[in-house]
Design a protein around this ligand. Sequence first.
Ligand code: ADP
Length: 419
Amino acid sequence: MADLEQKGMAQTLAIRLWNSRWLLAAGVVAVLIAFAFAGISAYALLPALLLLLAAAMLPAAGAGQSTDSGAAIEAIGLQRLSGEYLAAAVADPLIIFDRTATIVHANAAAYAAFGGIAPGMSLSLKFRAPEMQALLDGVLSGDVASDVVDYTEKLPVERSYRVSASSVGHATDLYVLVFKDQSETRRIDRMRADFIANASHELRTPLASIAGFIETLRGPARNDPAARDRFLQIMESQTSRMARLIDDLLSLSRLEMKPYLKPGTEVDLRETLDSVIDSLGPLARENSVAIERDYADGPLDVPGDRDELFQVFENLLENACKYGQSGGRVVVSIAHGDAGSEPGIDVTITDFGPGIPEEHIPRITERFYRVDVETSRTQKGTGLGLSIVKHILTRHNARLSIKSEVGKGAAFSVHLPTH
Ligand code: ADP
């Protein structure tokens, strides 16, 4: 270490001398001229020459620091830096290996990601996938200085990495592998692709039906007024289905674009649920469902966005009236819920219909997920209602819990924190 510092100081000294070369040269010339013309003794001028040299040695002050001295500082700093510390500071898994593809060093992230690695172990045995072998062969043969491949680790869980391999420095005979985890990006890409495929399919179905009826109206049904009326009615219901889907899609994308909630607004849950119940009165009557209220006493306010919470309860109550229709009644309750450490208010919407089989419950809030596609279609569902609910509740730091017993009904409970 001391040896390194000495070397570093010598380097800095050399750089300072080089930077001051013109000043020194001018000084020497001045001394020689004085000596030749004025006949002054060279010994008398010696102190002046030494002063000039000392001035040249002094570090350049403040703002005038040159880029050369910056480079010197960098050089000294890097000489002090151990490869091990550098590897540990990298958050991604990193493995240093030699020209026989033997592991020399691995950082903590690499140990955590790939169990069972150790210095001295062969990389080619650890990573047998052909793309990894090709990557190692490429850099070790010296054909390329660095290369990148995509690699998927299957066990214990599937993870996708973008792996880069490169040689380290000049003639160190060391190489480095860095693994960038791409699993989350891949998952989001897949979800997006699935979402677009599902949305297009949902729009395509009513569109195909409308196109079919247009053709029939132009051809065989041209002179059949009764058929024309029936077909136009179907076409109308298909266009409203498309409109509902587009509304829900827009609702989701608007929510995604509003990143956080406006703070400081309070929502009166009693008033909000009363107006949700009023607005769904016609649907409840149509389905012969009686809506009962069971509200706690006192103020029932939570921080949040009124329109968004309205949308949440509207979706839940609408589902209860549609899918739980056979139960004949729905209960809307508001209660103080202090479950755990988080004080809040619980709003629960309970129906007494067929309920939801247990295996569907964890997936029911996914976009386009339905327990029964046909029932959802006949009930004018889009498959997006509960994913909108979940989205809004996440923005409110709220929780949705679903309890159901098949044949007895379902209860959707929303826990809204009061702070
Ligand atoms: P949809 O537009 O189809 O109603 P949702 O996201 O609101 O979409 O609901 C997803 C699915 O969850 C519904 O298709 C239905 O199968 C099921 N579901 C929702 N609420 C209930 C309920 N109260 N009882 C039984 N099933 C329900």
